[in-house]
Design a protein around this ligand. Structure first.
Ligand SMILES: O=C(O)C(=O)C[C@]1(C(=O)O)C=C[C@@H](O)C=C1
Length: 283
């Protein structure tokens, strides 16, 4: 049995993802993404699971930035899970929920429901919490306040809240990718029927002020027919205009193609770091 850290408290979407892929392991909740990643680094838990990207709202920048700038750990797996957001209140307010003053949730969850909130709660304020279930917990602990949380069904059950509007996310296709990090780059030994393929994630910094550099980077993958599933730039935090790129390749690290592409990029003056080559599981 492994100890698996996750973004908690109980009943986050991350919790649901961990329970589905690792049903028989011990789960340890952490309040924030950095705390969870630190717990893997310090050896408190063997694996950590944190959100990386949502289909509606995009990347969870805190996860990418913390892994790149603060605590570099290999990505050893990925879980893709469907996300259904519900509006919930303390049972005391189930009849006058349309008068709520403030909606609590994780910023990504609020962003996934902007159209709904704009239509129904024009006057309400938003309060951002460390996770969706942290919002549900807060609402349950403050029955006197006219507030609501956006979270999942398990959070409503866990914290005794009443769901007053179901499926309030603005687009039907709502999925989130969670990454599994580990201290050492050892292959994950889980045998799950949810296994759906492998991926490799690279972090690439381009040489400064070189015309066509990004084009050359992309062609190193293109002529090898390496299929890219994501490319994203993030600020390098060293000055305006300085970025690094995160690139996902739709296959496992091999002996020829990916190492060849990396060597070509390095010859162009790029610096390349392999963040992980790992299996993904689709729920
Ligand atoms: O707050 C949670 O429940 C989480 O697991 C975090 C998180 C996120 O960071 O994107 C995960 C899935 C949903 O997209 C909303 C929130």
């Amino acid at each position: 049995m492994m100890k698996i850290g996750y973004l908690g408290p109980k009943a986050t979407f991350t919790d649901l993802a961990v329970t589905t892929v690792f049903p028989n392991h011990e789960k340890v909740p952490y309040n924030t993404i950095p705390e969870c990643i630190d717990a893997v680094s310090s050896g408190e838990v063997e694996l950590g699971v944190v959100p990386l990207e949502n289909a509606i709202e995009g990347s969870v920048n805190l996860t990418i930035d913390y892994l790149v700038h603060e605590q570099t750990l290999p990505i050893v797996g990925e879980i893709v899970a469907p996300i259904q957001q519900h509006l919930m209140v303390h049972p005391n307010h189930s009849d006058d929920w349309d008068a709520i003053r403030c909606v609590y949730s994780h910023s990504h969850a609020i962003a996934q429901c902007h159209k709904f909130l704009h239509k129904h709660f024009k006057q309400a304020m938003y309060e951002y919490t460390t996770s969706t279930s942290a919002a549900a917990k807060f609402v349950s602990e403050n029955p006197e306040l006219k507030i609501a949380a956006i979270a999942n069904r398990l959070a409503a059950q866990t914290y005794g809240l009443t769901i007053v509007q179901e499926n309030i996310h603005d687009y039907d296709y709502n999925h989130t990718r969670f990454i599994i990090v580990q201290k050492e780059n050892r292959e994950l030994s889980i045998d799950s029927p949810l296994y759906a393929g492998d991926k490799t994630t690279l972090m690439i910094t381009l040489p400064k002020d070189q015309a066509g550099a990004l084009h050359q980077v992309l062609s190193a993958f293109a002529w090898r027919k390496l299929n890219l599933t994501k490319i994203e730039s993030r600020p390098a935090k060293t000055g305006l205009g300085n970025y690094f790129f995160i690139i996902d390749i739709d296959q496992k690290m091999d002996d020829v193609l990916i190492p060849g592409a990396i060597a070509e990029l390095e010859a162009l003056g790029c610096s390349v770091q392999v963040l992980g080559s790992y299996p993904y599981y689709i729920i």
